[in-house]
Write a protein that binds this ligand. Structure first.
Ligand code: AGP
Length: 606
Protein backbone atom coordinates (compact mmCIF):
# COMPACT_ATOMS: atom_id res chain seq x y z
CA UNK A 1 0.00 0.00 0.00
CA UNK A 2 1.21 3.53 -0.78
CA UNK A 3 3.54 4.23 -3.65
CA UNK A 4 6.88 6.01 -3.56
CA UNK A 5 8.88 7.72 -6.26
CA UNK A 6 12.10 9.71 -6.07
CA UNK A 7 14.14 11.30 -8.87
CA UNK A 8 17.57 12.91 -8.73
CA UNK A 9 18.39 14.51 -12.09
CA UNK A 10 20.16 17.32 -13.92
CA UNK A 11 16.80 18.69 -15.08
CA UNK A 12 13.43 19.55 -13.55
CA UNK A 13 11.76 16.46 -12.04
CA UNK A 14 8.20 17.48 -11.09
CA UNK A 15 6.52 16.36 -14.36
CA UNK A 16 8.17 12.93 -14.25
CA UNK A 17 7.29 12.51 -10.59
CA UNK A 18 3.65 13.21 -11.41
CA UNK A 19 3.72 10.72 -14.31
CA UNK A 20 5.19 8.05 -12.05
CA UNK A 21 2.62 8.79 -9.34
CA UNK A 22 -0.13 8.15 -11.88
CA UNK A 23 1.36 4.69 -12.47
CA UNK A 24 1.69 4.10 -8.75
CA UNK A 25 -1.93 5.06 -8.05
CA UNK A 26 -2.93 1.40 -8.01
CA UNK A 27 -1.04 1.14 -4.70
CA UNK A 28 -3.10 3.82 -2.98
CA UNK A 29 -5.29 6.66 -4.09
CA UNK A 30 -6.77 8.54 -1.15
CA UNK A 31 -4.23 11.37 -1.12
CA UNK A 32 -1.08 12.40 -2.93
CA UNK A 33 1.88 14.72 -2.63
CA UNK A 34 5.37 15.59 -3.73
CA UNK A 35 8.32 17.65 -2.58
CA UNK A 36 11.11 19.10 -4.70
CA UNK A 37 14.26 20.84 -3.59
CA UNK A 38 15.38 24.09 -5.17
CA UNK A 39 17.76 26.79 -3.93
CA UNK A 40 17.85 25.26 -0.46
CA UNK A 41 14.05 25.25 -0.11
CA UNK A 42 11.76 22.20 0.21
CA UNK A 43 8.70 22.85 -1.99
CA UNK A 44 5.91 20.64 -0.70
CA UNK A 45 2.50 20.22 -2.41
CA UNK A 46 -0.19 17.82 -1.21
CA UNK A 47 -3.80 17.05 -1.95
CA UNK A 48 -6.62 14.84 -0.79
CA UNK A 49 -7.78 12.48 -3.55
CA UNK A 50 -6.00 11.42 -6.70
CA UNK A 51 -3.03 12.67 -8.69
CA UNK A 52 -5.28 14.71 -10.99
CA UNK A 53 -6.58 16.66 -7.97
CA UNK A 54 -2.95 17.57 -7.19
CA UNK A 55 -2.54 18.74 -10.77
CA UNK A 56 -5.73 20.79 -10.54
CA UNK A 57 -4.78 22.40 -7.23
CA UNK A 58 -1.16 23.28 -8.02
CA UNK A 59 0.91 24.50 -10.93
CA UNK A 60 3.09 21.39 -10.82
CA UNK A 61 4.92 22.02 -14.10
CA UNK A 62 6.38 25.18 -12.68
CA UNK A 63 7.47 23.55 -9.45
CA UNK A 64 11.24 24.00 -9.59
CA UNK A 65 13.82 21.42 -8.55
CA UNK A 66 16.12 18.78 -10.04
CA UNK A 67 15.46 16.45 -7.17
CA UNK A 68 12.21 15.35 -5.60
CA UNK A 69 10.10 12.69 -3.93
CA UNK A 70 6.43 11.81 -4.42
CA UNK A 71 3.82 9.60 -2.79
CA UNK A 72 0.36 8.17 -3.28
CA UNK A 73 -1.26 7.19 -0.01
CA UNK A 74 -3.49 4.45 1.34
CA UNK A 75 -4.29 5.73 4.82
CA UNK A 76 -3.32 3.73 7.90
CA UNK A 77 -2.74 6.38 10.62
CA UNK A 78 -4.90 9.47 10.23
CA UNK A 79 -7.75 10.26 7.87
CA UNK A 80 -7.02 10.79 4.18
CA UNK A 81 -6.62 14.58 3.88
CA UNK A 82 -3.98 16.96 2.62
CA UNK A 83 -2.36 17.37 6.07
CA UNK A 84 -1.85 13.64 6.48
CA UNK A 85 -0.75 13.22 2.86
CA UNK A 86 2.99 12.65 2.30
CA UNK A 87 5.65 14.03 2.09
CA UNK A 88 6.01 15.08 5.71
CA UNK A 89 8.69 17.65 6.38
CA UNK A 90 10.61 19.27 9.22
CA UNK A 91 12.70 22.41 8.64
CA UNK A 92 15.45 20.32 7.03
CA UNK A 93 14.11 16.85 6.09
CA UNK A 94 11.23 15.60 3.94
CA UNK A 95 10.03 11.98 3.92
CA UNK A 96 7.68 9.70 1.97
CA UNK A 97 6.83 6.39 3.61
CA UNK A 98 5.09 3.13 2.76
CA UNK A 99 4.43 0.91 5.79
CA UNK A 100 3.55 1.25 9.45
CA UNK A 101 5.75 2.46 12.32
CA UNK A 102 4.58 0.41 15.28
CA UNK A 103 6.40 2.38 17.98
CA UNK A 104 5.34 5.80 16.67
CA UNK A 105 3.48 6.77 19.88
CA UNK A 106 6.56 6.24 22.06
CA UNK A 107 8.86 7.97 19.56
CA UNK A 108 6.45 10.90 19.23
CA UNK A 109 6.49 11.46 23.02
CA UNK A 110 10.29 11.33 23.03
CA UNK A 111 10.50 13.83 20.16
CA UNK A 112 7.92 16.23 21.62
CA UNK A 113 10.01 16.28 24.81
CA UNK A 114 12.96 17.27 22.63
CA UNK A 115 10.95 20.22 21.27
CA UNK A 116 9.71 18.87 17.93
CA UNK A 117 6.31 20.01 16.66
CA UNK A 118 3.97 17.62 14.88
CA UNK A 119 1.42 18.69 12.26
CA UNK A 120 -0.25 15.46 11.17
CA UNK A 121 -1.90 12.38 12.70
CA UNK A 122 0.47 10.06 10.84
CA UNK A 123 3.06 7.63 12.14
CA UNK A 124 5.36 8.80 9.33
CA UNK A 125 6.02 12.20 10.86
CA UNK A 126 8.08 10.63 13.66
CA UNK A 127 10.59 9.45 11.02
CA UNK A 128 11.09 13.02 9.80
CA UNK A 129 11.75 14.40 13.28
CA UNK A 130 13.86 11.43 14.33
CA UNK A 131 16.20 12.01 11.38
CA UNK A 132 16.29 15.74 12.16
CA UNK A 133 17.14 14.90 15.77
CA UNK A 134 19.86 12.39 14.87
CA UNK A 135 21.40 14.76 12.33
CA UNK A 136 22.10 17.20 15.17
CA UNK A 137 24.92 14.97 16.42
CA UNK A 138 25.69 12.46 13.67
CA UNK A 139 26.94 12.43 10.09
CA UNK A 140 24.34 11.50 7.46
CA UNK A 141 25.00 7.76 7.12
CA UNK A 142 25.26 7.27 10.89
CA UNK A 143 22.09 9.30 11.44
CA UNK A 144 20.22 7.13 8.92
CA UNK A 145 21.55 3.88 10.38
CA UNK A 146 20.57 4.98 13.88
CA UNK A 147 17.11 6.19 12.81
CA UNK A 148 16.29 2.94 11.00
CA UNK A 149 17.29 0.95 14.08
CA UNK A 150 14.98 3.07 16.26
CA UNK A 151 11.98 2.33 14.04
CA UNK A 152 9.82 -0.75 14.71
CA UNK A 153 7.49 -1.97 12.01
CA UNK A 154 7.69 -1.85 8.25
CA UNK A 155 8.82 0.81 5.85
CA UNK A 156 10.03 1.82 2.45
CA UNK A 157 11.31 5.39 2.63
CA UNK A 158 12.35 8.18 0.33
CA UNK A 159 14.09 11.09 2.08
CA UNK A 160 15.44 14.45 0.87
CA UNK A 161 17.45 16.99 2.84
CA UNK A 162 17.26 20.78 2.55
CA UNK A 163 21.02 21.13 2.97
CA UNK A 164 22.10 18.29 0.66
CA UNK A 165 20.90 19.48 -2.75
CA UNK A 166 21.51 16.33 -4.87
CA UNK A 167 20.68 13.40 -2.58
CA UNK A 168 17.73 11.08 -1.99
CA UNK A 169 18.02 8.40 0.68
CA UNK A 170 16.00 5.21 0.22
CA UNK A 171 15.51 2.55 2.89
CA UNK A 172 13.65 -0.72 3.05
CA UNK A 173 12.30 -2.98 5.78
CA UNK A 174 9.22 -5.08 5.01
CA UNK A 175 7.97 -2.89 2.14
CA UNK A 176 9.41 -3.09 -1.37
CA UNK A 177 11.76 -0.50 -2.85
CA UNK A 178 13.79 -0.40 -6.06
CA UNK A 179 16.51 1.85 -7.47
CA UNK A 180 16.49 2.67 -11.20
CA UNK A 181 19.31 3.99 -13.38
CA UNK A 182 18.82 6.51 -16.19
CA UNK A 183 20.90 8.92 -18.27
CA UNK A 184 22.11 11.72 -15.96
CA UNK A 185 19.49 10.75 -13.43
CA UNK A 186 18.67 7.95 -11.02
CA UNK A 187 15.44 6.92 -9.36
CA UNK A 188 13.81 5.38 -6.36
CA UNK A 189 10.46 3.61 -6.71
CA UNK A 190 8.09 1.23 -4.96
CA UNK A 191 8.22 -1.09 -7.93
CA UNK A 192 9.62 -1.49 -11.40
CA UNK A 193 6.21 -0.65 -12.90
CA UNK A 194 6.59 2.96 -11.75
CA UNK A 195 10.13 3.13 -13.12
CA UNK A 196 9.72 1.24 -16.38
CA UNK A 197 8.77 4.34 -18.39
CA UNK A 198 12.17 5.82 -17.41
CA UNK A 199 14.46 2.79 -17.18
CA UNK A 200 14.66 -0.98 -17.30
CA UNK A 201 17.85 -1.10 -15.20
CA UNK A 202 16.85 -1.88 -11.65
CA UNK A 203 18.33 -2.87 -8.30
CA UNK A 204 16.01 -4.12 -5.55
CA UNK A 205 16.83 -3.24 -1.98
CA UNK A 206 16.80 -6.21 0.38
CA UNK A 207 15.57 -6.24 3.97
CA UNK A 208 17.29 -3.67 6.19
CA UNK A 209 19.27 -2.01 3.40
CA UNK A 210 19.42 1.67 2.56
CA UNK A 211 20.85 3.63 -0.36
CA UNK A 212 22.10 7.08 -1.29
CA UNK A 213 20.79 8.09 -4.72
CA UNK A 214 22.45 10.94 -6.61
CA UNK A 215 21.96 11.77 -10.29
CA UNK A 216 25.28 10.17 -11.24
CA UNK A 217 25.89 7.67 -8.44
CA UNK A 218 24.06 5.20 -6.20
CA UNK A 219 25.60 3.73 -3.03
CA UNK A 220 24.13 0.86 -1.02
CA UNK A 221 24.50 0.05 2.68
CA UNK A 222 23.44 -2.81 4.95
CA UNK A 223 21.59 -2.27 8.22
CA UNK A 224 24.87 -1.76 10.08
CA UNK A 225 25.68 1.13 7.75
CA UNK A 226 28.42 -0.83 5.92
CA UNK A 227 28.80 -0.18 2.19
CA UNK A 228 27.70 -3.14 0.01
CA UNK A 229 27.67 -3.93 -3.71
CA UNK A 230 24.46 -4.89 -5.45
CA UNK A 231 23.62 -6.22 -8.90
CA UNK A 232 21.81 -4.26 -11.59
CA UNK A 233 19.03 -6.26 -13.26
CA UNK A 234 17.82 -5.58 -16.79
CA UNK A 235 14.07 -5.97 -17.04
CA UNK A 236 12.18 -6.61 -20.22
CA UNK A 237 9.77 -3.74 -20.76
CA UNK A 238 6.47 -3.83 -22.60
CA UNK A 239 4.70 -0.54 -22.04
CA UNK A 240 1.98 -1.42 -24.56
CA UNK A 241 0.51 -3.93 -22.12
CA UNK A 242 -0.24 -1.18 -19.64
CA UNK A 243 -2.64 0.54 -21.98
CA UNK A 244 -6.43 0.24 -21.69
CA UNK A 245 -6.73 0.13 -25.47
CA UNK A 246 -10.36 0.53 -26.52
CA UNK A 247 -11.69 -0.60 -23.18
CA UNK A 248 -13.34 1.71 -20.67
CA UNK A 249 -11.55 0.06 -17.78
CA UNK A 250 -8.51 -2.10 -17.19
CA UNK A 251 -10.79 -4.65 -15.55
CA UNK A 252 -12.86 -5.04 -18.74
CA UNK A 253 -9.67 -5.45 -20.75
CA UNK A 254 -8.24 -7.92 -18.27
CA UNK A 255 -11.40 -10.06 -18.36
CA UNK A 256 -11.46 -10.11 -22.15
CA UNK A 257 -7.78 -10.95 -22.54
CA UNK A 258 -8.06 -14.12 -20.46
CA UNK A 259 -8.16 -16.51 -23.44
CA UNK A 260 -4.81 -15.06 -24.53
CA UNK A 261 -3.21 -14.96 -21.09
CA UNK A 262 -4.08 -18.56 -20.29
CA UNK A 263 -2.95 -19.65 -23.74
CA UNK A 264 0.43 -18.01 -23.14
CA UNK A 265 0.70 -19.69 -19.75
CA UNK A 266 -0.25 -23.12 -21.10
CA UNK A 267 2.42 -22.73 -23.82
CA UNK A 268 5.01 -21.99 -21.12
CA UNK A 269 4.29 -25.17 -19.22
CA UNK A 270 2.67 -27.74 -21.51
CA UNK A 271 4.73 -29.58 -24.08
CA UNK A 272 1.95 -30.62 -26.45
CA UNK A 273 4.34 -32.55 -28.70
CA UNK A 274 5.59 -34.83 -25.94
CA UNK A 275 2.27 -34.71 -24.07
CA UNK A 276 3.91 -33.65 -20.86
CA UNK A 277 4.31 -30.73 -18.47
CA UNK A 278 7.62 -28.90 -18.26
CA UNK A 279 8.40 -27.68 -14.79
CA UNK A 280 12.11 -27.11 -15.19
CA UNK A 281 14.66 -26.99 -12.40
CA UNK A 282 12.23 -28.20 -9.74
CA UNK A 283 14.67 -28.24 -6.81
CA UNK A 284 13.38 -31.26 -4.85
CA UNK A 285 13.06 -34.99 -5.41
CA UNK A 286 9.46 -36.05 -5.64
CA UNK A 287 9.67 -38.37 -2.62
CA UNK A 288 10.96 -35.50 -0.47
CA UNK A 289 7.46 -33.98 -0.54
CA UNK A 290 4.78 -35.66 1.55
CA UNK A 291 2.43 -32.77 2.15
CA UNK A 292 1.51 -29.38 0.77
CA UNK A 293 0.56 -26.13 2.49
CA UNK A 294 -0.93 -23.42 0.29
CA UNK A 295 -0.98 -19.84 1.54
CA UNK A 296 -2.45 -16.61 0.15
CA UNK A 297 -4.80 -13.68 0.80
CA UNK A 298 -8.11 -12.68 -0.78
CA UNK A 299 -8.48 -13.96 -4.30
CA UNK A 300 -5.14 -15.76 -4.06
CA UNK A 301 -6.50 -17.62 -1.03
CA UNK A 302 -9.50 -18.70 -3.11
CA UNK A 303 -7.02 -20.12 -5.63
CA UNK A 304 -5.44 -22.12 -2.80
CA UNK A 305 -8.83 -23.42 -1.71
CA UNK A 306 -9.64 -24.61 -5.21
CA UNK A 307 -6.21 -26.23 -5.48
CA UNK A 308 -6.96 -28.29 -2.37
CA UNK A 309 -9.89 -29.94 -4.22
CA UNK A 310 -7.68 -30.70 -7.22
CA UNK A 311 -4.86 -32.03 -5.04
CA UNK A 312 -7.28 -34.37 -3.31
CA UNK A 313 -8.76 -35.47 -6.62
CA UNK A 314 -5.45 -36.13 -8.36
CA UNK A 315 -2.95 -37.03 -5.60
CA UNK A 316 -2.85 -38.60 -2.15
CA UNK A 317 -0.76 -35.76 -0.73
CA UNK A 318 -1.94 -34.19 2.53
CA UNK A 319 -3.02 -30.66 1.76
CA UNK A 320 -3.55 -27.73 4.11
CA UNK A 321 -4.55 -24.24 3.10
CA UNK A 322 -4.16 -21.07 5.06
CA UNK A 323 -4.86 -17.37 4.99
CA UNK A 324 -1.45 -15.69 5.25
CA UNK A 325 -2.42 -13.27 8.04
CA UNK A 326 -3.52 -16.26 10.15
CA UNK A 327 -0.61 -18.52 9.29
CA UNK A 328 2.04 -15.98 10.19
CA UNK A 329 0.96 -15.72 13.85
CA UNK A 330 -0.06 -19.30 14.56
CA UNK A 331 2.01 -21.89 16.36
CA UNK A 332 2.82 -23.76 13.17
CA UNK A 333 4.26 -27.25 13.30
CA UNK A 334 6.74 -26.96 10.44
CA UNK A 335 7.27 -30.21 8.60
CA UNK A 336 10.52 -30.96 6.78
CA UNK A 337 8.75 -33.02 4.12
CA UNK A 338 6.16 -30.33 3.38
CA UNK A 339 6.19 -28.00 0.41
CA UNK A 340 4.91 -24.51 1.25
CA UNK A 341 3.31 -22.79 -1.76
CA UNK A 342 2.67 -19.03 -1.69
CA UNK A 343 0.18 -17.60 -4.15
CA UNK A 344 0.27 -13.86 -4.90
CA UNK A 345 -0.41 -11.78 -7.98
CA UNK A 346 1.73 -8.84 -6.86
CA UNK A 347 4.31 -10.90 -5.00
CA UNK A 348 4.44 -8.03 -2.48
CA UNK A 349 1.50 -8.76 -0.15
CA UNK A 350 2.88 -8.12 3.34
CA UNK A 351 1.11 -11.02 5.08
CA UNK A 352 2.03 -13.52 2.36
CA UNK A 353 5.61 -12.29 2.40
CA UNK A 354 5.77 -12.62 6.21
CA UNK A 355 4.43 -16.20 5.98
CA UNK A 356 7.10 -17.01 3.37
CA UNK A 357 9.79 -15.39 5.48
CA UNK A 358 8.71 -17.49 8.46
CA UNK A 359 8.98 -20.67 6.39
CA UNK A 360 12.38 -19.62 5.04
CA UNK A 361 13.63 -18.94 8.56
CA UNK A 362 12.48 -22.44 9.53
CA UNK A 363 14.33 -23.82 6.49
CA UNK A 364 11.19 -25.11 4.77
CA UNK A 365 10.83 -25.83 1.06
CA UNK A 366 9.18 -22.74 -0.44
CA UNK A 367 7.61 -22.24 -3.84
CA UNK A 368 5.73 -19.19 -5.07
CA UNK A 369 3.13 -18.73 -7.76
CA UNK A 370 3.30 -15.06 -8.76
CA UNK A 371 2.56 -12.70 -11.60
CA UNK A 372 5.33 -10.17 -10.89
CA UNK A 373 8.51 -12.18 -11.22
CA UNK A 374 10.75 -9.40 -9.88
CA UNK A 375 8.67 -9.21 -6.68
CA UNK A 376 9.90 -9.82 -3.14
CA UNK A 377 7.95 -13.08 -2.79
CA UNK A 378 9.39 -14.41 -6.05
CA UNK A 379 12.93 -13.36 -5.16
CA UNK A 380 12.83 -14.93 -1.71
CA UNK A 381 11.22 -18.27 -2.63
CA UNK A 382 13.28 -21.39 -3.34
CA UNK A 383 11.33 -21.93 -6.52
CA UNK A 384 9.03 -19.72 -8.62
CA UNK A 385 6.22 -20.59 -11.00
CA UNK A 386 5.13 -17.44 -12.87
CA UNK A 387 1.55 -17.17 -14.13
CA UNK A 388 2.54 -15.26 -17.28
CA UNK A 389 -0.60 -13.13 -17.52
CA UNK A 390 1.04 -9.71 -17.98
CA UNK A 391 0.46 -6.71 -15.72
CA UNK A 392 -2.87 -6.67 -13.92
CA UNK A 393 -3.85 -3.08 -13.16
CA UNK A 394 -7.49 -3.33 -12.05
CA UNK A 395 -7.57 -3.68 -8.27
CA UNK A 396 -10.08 -6.52 -8.60
CA UNK A 397 -8.10 -9.54 -9.63
CA UNK A 398 -9.47 -11.34 -12.71
CA UNK A 399 -6.92 -12.67 -15.18
CA UNK A 400 -4.45 -13.28 -12.36
CA UNK A 401 -6.99 -15.51 -10.60
CA UNK A 402 -7.36 -17.62 -13.73
CA UNK A 403 -3.57 -17.60 -14.08
CA UNK A 404 -3.07 -18.74 -10.49
CA UNK A 405 -5.55 -21.61 -10.70
CA UNK A 406 -4.09 -22.60 -14.06
CA UNK A 407 -0.54 -22.88 -12.72
CA UNK A 408 -1.77 -24.68 -9.62
CA UNK A 409 -3.68 -27.16 -11.79
CA UNK A 410 -0.62 -27.71 -14.00
CA UNK A 411 1.59 -28.27 -10.95
CA UNK A 412 -0.92 -30.70 -9.43
CA UNK A 413 -1.19 -32.69 -12.68
CA UNK A 414 2.60 -32.89 -12.89
CA UNK A 415 2.97 -34.01 -9.28
CA UNK A 416 0.23 -36.57 -9.81
CA UNK A 417 2.08 -37.94 -12.83
CA UNK A 418 5.49 -37.94 -11.11
CA UNK A 419 3.97 -39.77 -8.14
CA UNK A 420 2.38 -42.30 -10.50
CA UNK A 421 -1.03 -41.44 -9.17
CA UNK A 422 -2.65 -40.80 -12.53
CA UNK A 423 -3.08 -43.24 -15.37
CA UNK A 424 -0.97 -42.11 -18.35
CA UNK A 425 -3.97 -42.10 -20.71
CA UNK A 426 -5.99 -39.95 -18.35
CA UNK A 427 -2.98 -37.64 -17.94
CA UNK A 428 -2.77 -37.17 -21.70
CA UNK A 429 -6.53 -36.64 -21.94
CA UNK A 430 -6.42 -33.96 -19.24
CA UNK A 431 -3.54 -32.22 -21.03
CA UNK A 432 -5.52 -32.29 -24.26
CA UNK A 433 -8.53 -30.76 -22.52
CA UNK A 434 -6.28 -28.15 -20.96
CA UNK A 435 -4.95 -27.09 -24.35
CA UNK A 436 -8.54 -26.45 -25.48
CA UNK A 437 -9.31 -24.32 -22.41
CA UNK A 438 -8.45 -20.90 -23.98
CA UNK A 439 -11.01 -21.40 -26.73
CA UNK A 440 -13.65 -22.47 -24.18
CA UNK A 441 -12.95 -19.37 -22.12
CA UNK A 442 -13.28 -17.32 -25.29
CA UNK A 443 -16.68 -18.84 -26.03
CA UNK A 444 -17.82 -18.22 -22.45
CA UNK A 445 -17.01 -14.50 -22.56
CA UNK A 446 -19.97 -13.14 -24.56
CA UNK A 447 -22.74 -13.10 -21.96
CA UNK A 448 -22.61 -9.33 -21.55
CA UNK A 449 -26.20 -8.49 -22.44
CA UNK A 450 -27.73 -11.07 -20.10
CA UNK A 451 -25.46 -10.05 -17.26
CA UNK A 452 -26.03 -6.33 -17.78
CA UNK A 453 -29.77 -6.95 -17.50
CA UNK A 454 -29.37 -8.98 -14.30
CA UNK A 455 -26.94 -6.70 -12.49
CA UNK A 456 -29.38 -4.03 -11.17
CA UNK A 457 -31.13 -6.71 -9.08
CA UNK A 458 -27.88 -7.34 -7.23
CA UNK A 459 -27.31 -3.62 -6.70
CA UNK A 460 -30.80 -2.96 -5.41
CA UNK A 461 -31.01 -5.91 -3.00
CA UNK A 462 -29.97 -5.73 0.68
CA UNK A 463 -27.50 -8.48 -0.07
CA UNK A 464 -26.91 -11.56 -2.16
CA UNK A 465 -25.53 -15.07 -1.76
CA UNK A 466 -23.22 -17.12 -3.96
CA UNK A 467 -23.52 -20.88 -3.50
CA UNK A 468 -21.50 -23.80 -4.74
CA UNK A 469 -20.27 -27.22 -3.72
CA UNK A 470 -16.93 -28.92 -4.29
CA UNK A 471 -14.85 -27.17 -6.97
CA UNK A 472 -17.58 -24.55 -7.32
CA UNK A 473 -17.41 -23.46 -3.68
CA UNK A 474 -14.14 -21.47 -4.01
CA UNK A 475 -15.59 -19.90 -7.16
CA UNK A 476 -18.69 -18.87 -5.20
CA UNK A 477 -16.43 -17.17 -2.64
CA UNK A 478 -14.53 -15.44 -5.41
CA UNK A 479 -17.75 -14.27 -7.11
CA UNK A 480 -19.02 -12.77 -3.85
CA UNK A 481 -15.67 -11.06 -3.17
CA UNK A 482 -15.68 -9.50 -6.65
CA UNK A 483 -19.20 -8.11 -6.19
CA UNK A 484 -18.45 -6.69 -2.71
CA UNK A 485 -15.22 -5.01 -3.67
CA UNK A 486 -16.55 -3.39 -6.83
CA UNK A 487 -20.23 -2.71 -6.16
CA UNK A 488 -20.06 -2.13 -2.39
CA UNK A 489 -23.09 -4.37 -1.80
CA UNK A 490 -23.11 -7.16 0.71
CA UNK A 491 -22.51 -10.53 -0.90
CA UNK A 492 -21.67 -13.78 0.77
CA UNK A 493 -20.14 -16.94 -0.66
CA UNK A 494 -21.24 -20.17 1.01
CA UNK A 495 -20.98 -23.92 0.51
CA UNK A 496 -24.47 -24.74 -0.75
CA UNK A 497 -24.82 -27.61 1.73
CA UNK A 498 -24.25 -25.28 4.69
CA UNK A 499 -27.24 -23.04 4.04
CA UNK A 500 -29.59 -24.96 6.31
CA UNK A 501 -27.14 -24.57 9.20
CA UNK A 502 -27.87 -20.86 9.52
CA UNK A 503 -27.66 -18.63 6.44
CA UNK A 504 -30.97 -19.92 5.07
CA UNK A 505 -32.56 -17.56 7.60
CA UNK A 506 -31.33 -14.65 5.45
CA UNK A 507 -33.28 -15.71 2.39
CA UNK A 508 -36.36 -13.62 1.77
CA UNK A 509 -38.63 -12.78 -1.14
CA UNK A 510 -36.63 -11.44 -4.08
CA UNK A 511 -33.12 -11.94 -2.65
CA UNK A 512 -30.70 -12.64 -5.50
CA UNK A 513 -28.80 -15.91 -5.09
CA UNK A 514 -26.19 -17.17 -7.52
CA UNK A 515 -26.08 -20.96 -7.65
CA UNK A 516 -23.08 -22.55 -9.32
CA UNK A 517 -24.24 -26.00 -10.36
CA UNK A 518 -22.17 -27.45 -13.18
CA UNK A 519 -22.98 -31.04 -14.20
CA UNK A 520 -20.28 -32.53 -12.01
CA UNK A 521 -20.40 -35.02 -9.12
CA UNK A 522 -22.09 -32.43 -6.89
CA UNK A 523 -24.76 -31.39 -9.39
CA UNK A 524 -27.81 -33.16 -7.93
CA UNK A 525 -27.00 -32.08 -4.38
CA UNK A 526 -26.52 -28.46 -5.43
CA UNK A 527 -29.80 -28.48 -7.35
CA UNK A 528 -31.56 -29.66 -4.16
CA UNK A 529 -29.98 -26.80 -2.24
CA UNK A 530 -31.07 -24.44 -4.99
CA UNK A 531 -34.65 -25.61 -4.63
CA UNK A 532 -34.50 -24.93 -0.90
CA UNK A 533 -33.63 -21.26 -1.52
CA UNK A 534 -36.18 -20.91 -4.35
CA UNK A 535 -38.86 -22.26 -2.00
CA UNK A 536 -38.04 -19.39 0.36
CA UNK A 537 -38.44 -16.70 -2.28
CA UNK A 538 -34.88 -16.32 -3.62
CA UNK A 539 -34.34 -15.09 -7.18
CA UNK A 540 -31.88 -17.67 -8.44
CA UNK A 541 -29.31 -17.02 -11.10
CA UNK A 542 -28.19 -20.52 -12.03
CA UNK A 543 -24.78 -20.87 -13.64
CA UNK A 544 -24.22 -24.29 -15.12
CA UNK A 545 -22.53 -25.82 -18.13
CA UNK A 546 -24.16 -26.71 -21.44
CA UNK A 547 -25.75 -30.14 -21.54
CA UNK A 548 -28.39 -32.00 -23.53
CA UNK A 549 -30.25 -32.65 -20.28
CA UNK A 550 -32.47 -29.84 -19.10
CA UNK A 551 -32.18 -28.61 -15.52
CA UNK A 552 -35.09 -30.11 -13.64
CA UNK A 553 -36.30 -27.31 -11.43
CA UNK A 554 -39.01 -24.70 -11.53
CA UNK A 555 -38.90 -21.00 -10.83
CA UNK A 556 -35.27 -20.36 -11.71
CA UNK A 557 -35.01 -16.62 -12.32
CA UNK A 558 -32.16 -16.66 -14.87
CA UNK A 559 -29.76 -19.25 -16.24
CA UNK A 560 -26.33 -18.77 -17.77
CA UNK A 561 -24.69 -21.72 -19.47
CA UNK A 562 -20.94 -21.90 -19.83
CA UNK A 563 -19.16 -24.24 -22.24
CA UNK A 564 -18.70 -27.90 -21.47
CA UNK A 565 -15.39 -29.52 -20.53
CA UNK A 566 -14.04 -32.03 -18.03
CA UNK A 567 -15.05 -31.40 -14.41
CA UNK A 568 -11.57 -30.21 -13.35
CA UNK A 569 -11.72 -27.29 -15.76
CA UNK A 570 -15.26 -26.09 -15.11
CA UNK A 571 -14.16 -23.64 -12.36
CA UNK A 572 -12.29 -21.61 -15.01
CA UNK A 573 -15.47 -21.17 -17.02
CA UNK A 574 -17.80 -20.55 -14.07
CA UNK A 575 -15.57 -17.66 -12.99
CA UNK A 576 -16.15 -15.62 -16.16
CA UNK A 577 -19.85 -14.67 -15.69
CA UNK A 578 -19.14 -13.80 -12.05
CA UNK A 579 -16.36 -11.40 -13.05
CA UNK A 580 -18.77 -9.77 -15.49
CA UNK A 581 -21.57 -9.60 -12.94
CA UNK A 582 -19.32 -7.63 -10.59
CA UNK A 583 -18.08 -5.44 -13.44
CA UNK A 584 -21.53 -4.52 -14.76
CA UNK A 585 -22.99 -3.99 -11.28
CA UNK A 586 -20.27 -1.45 -10.51
CA UNK A 587 -20.58 0.10 -13.96
CA UNK A 588 -24.33 0.65 -13.43
CA UNK A 589 -23.57 2.38 -10.14
CA UNK A 590 -20.96 4.57 -11.76
CA UNK A 591 -18.27 3.47 -9.32
CA UNK A 592 -14.56 3.61 -9.96
CA UNK A 593 -14.10 0.08 -11.24
CA UNK A 594 -10.31 -0.03 -11.47
CA UNK A 595 -9.83 1.66 -8.09
CA UNK A 596 -12.60 0.66 -5.68
CA UNK A 597 -12.86 2.67 -2.49
CA UNK A 598 -10.66 1.80 0.51
CA UNK A 599 -8.61 -0.75 -1.45
CA UNK A 600 -5.25 -0.93 -3.18
CA UNK A 601 -3.74 -3.35 -5.65
CA UNK A 602 -0.64 -4.17 -3.69
CA UNK A 603 -1.30 -4.66 0.03
CA UNK A 604 2.12 -4.02 1.51
CA UNK A 605 0.95 -3.36 5.07
CA UNK A 606 -0.41 -6.04 7.35
C1 AGP B 1 -8.86 -9.40 -5.33
O1 AGP B 1 -9.79 -8.92 -6.21
C2 AGP B 1 -8.30 -8.52 -4.38
N1 AGP B 1 -8.27 -7.18 -4.68
C3 AGP B 1 -7.44 -9.05 -3.27
O2 AGP B 1 -8.21 -9.97 -2.56
C4 AGP B 1 -6.09 -9.71 -3.63
O3 AGP B 1 -6.29 -10.90 -4.30
C5 AGP B 1 -5.27 -9.90 -2.34
O4 AGP B 1 -5.03 -8.66 -1.76
C6 AGP B 1 -3.97 -10.64 -2.57
O5 AGP B 1 -3.14 -9.95 -3.44
P1 AGP B 1 -1.89 -10.66 -4.09
O6 AGP B 1 -2.41 -11.72 -5.00
O7 AGP B 1 -1.18 -9.57 -4.83
O8 AGP B 1 -1.07 -11.25 -2.99
Amino acid sequence: MCGIIGISSNKSVSANIVNSLKKLEYRGYDSVGLATLSDGVINEVKSEGRVNSLEQNFDIKNLKGNIGIGHVRWATHGVPNSINAHPHSSHNVSVVHNGIIENSTILKKFLINKGHNFKSQTDTEVIVHLITENLKTLELEEAITKTLKQLHGSFALGIVFKDIPDLIVGARRGSPLAVGYGPNENYLGSDSYALKAMTNKITYLDEGEFCLVKKDQVLFFNEEGKKINKKILELSSNEANYDKGDFKHFMAKEIEEQPTTIKTCIKEYVDSLNKDINILNFPWKINEIKSITLIGCGTAYHSCLLAKYWFEELTTLDVTIDIASEFRYRKNRFKKDALYIFVSQSGETADTYAALDLCNKNKMKTCSIVNVIESSIARDSNFVLPIHCGPEIGVASTKAFLGQILVLYILILKLSSLRNEIDIKLYHKKLKDLISLPSLVEKTLPHDNDIQAISPTFNEAKGSMFLGRGFSYPIALEGALKLKELSYVHAEGYPAGEMKHGPLALIEEGMPVVVLAPRDDYYKKTISNMQEVIARGAKVLLITNKSKDEVVSENIWETIEVENTNNDLLPFLLTIPLQKLAYYSALKKGYDIDKPRNLAKSVTVE
